[in-house]
Design a protein around this ligand. Sequence first.
Ligand code: 5GP
Length: 223
Amino acid sequence: MNGILLVLSSPSGGGKTTIARRLLERRPDVGYSVSATTRAMRTGEVHGRDYWFLTPAEFAARVEAGAFIEHARYGGHEYGTLREEVERRLEVGHHVVLDIEVQGARQVRERVPGAVLVFVLPPSGGELIRRLRGRRSESTESLRTRLRTAVEELGSVGEYDYVVVNDELEQAVSAVSAILDAESAHVARQQGLNERIDHIRQRVAAEADGLPANQQQPGGQQA
Ligand code: 5GP
């Protein structure tokens, strides 16, 4: 079975990163694509785990080399999904989660057929504001920018395939996990499905053809 590229977007503070991490803990068949960014490392973040922290020149060189599936500018910094991060996970049959903003999600939808886009919605405006204010690294200016960006991003939900409300974390993780399972069962994703069905049909048709005429089946009705 082929792995699915699953995009999770939400306004900053919407909870998509936590959902992605929890999904990874629950499912060994899911990998996380570590993005590259030019923004400064926050306390507690680890290079190569949370992001690949690059200088603007390093980032630009990778753009030039075609290393990104998508990239976008957000909050004054560059962010991008490295092709290599995604491909090496898909190759071993894992699903891959991308935690990216809406411009990047749009690029993935255009460039990667079969990608599944999920928008994580905060339960309310008040809750989103509370979560954003709780981020100590935000200056008033950057908080204002993120609030305004959130208003814009919420206008893009209709471009996504699914929406999950992040009210209770474990339920939201279960909903995303169920989306992965449903998409995996999609007819269009089944490799060798036609051959398999042909095989079953041939076997059943041969059984029908091989029945002698007018033989009564046990328990069958008298004609
Ligand atoms: P933060 O700086 O708070 O970690 O992330 C800011 C925004 O950038 C979030 O919405 C996050 O999902 C998004 N982001 C993280 N990695 C990528 C990426 O590789 N590509 C794009 N387009 N956005 C990303």
